[in-house]
Write a protein that binds this ligand. Sequence first.
Ligand code: THU
Length: 160
Amino acid sequence: MKHHKVECNFNVFESIEDLPKQIQKLMKFAQEARLKAYAPYSNFLVGAALELENGEFISGNNQENAAYPSGLCAERTAIFYAKSKWPNQAILRMAITAGSKLKTTNTPVPPCGSCRQVLVEYELQQELPIELYFMGSDGTIVHSNSVENILPWVFDKNML
Ligand code: THU
């Protein structure tokens, strides 16, 4: 038997003010989107904003449904819109903010597994890492240099 280890590296920023100016702008865009989320069932509001290489900022939020599985996460709402409108523009980075409508969420909220899988598809396709910045509704912000960093041992097209 041989033991293997996979590492995950990330940076933590204490507050939005500590982020580089351009990232602050992106996170504020995600915060605006979060407040427009349609989440009457979970009361958990999520906003995502991404920056494309042509300088466009795209945002999205979670859209829930009475038939629960028919809803969609904020990250995928934003990314599918961006890639349907600008299929050839690489995604440089994504900012995510999430938390309950009923209380302050200070814990950074990472994208769910399905959203990581969708993000990594485009990261591999564009051969350029997508930076991630994610936070709760308040508090610290986690920065990952790529999606693969938080989705090690990825399932990709080479396995088909
Ligand atoms: N949600 C997101 O929008 N993104 C994630 O990465 C995790 C979960 C949404 C889905 C649902 O509307 C609510 O948060 C509670 O799971």
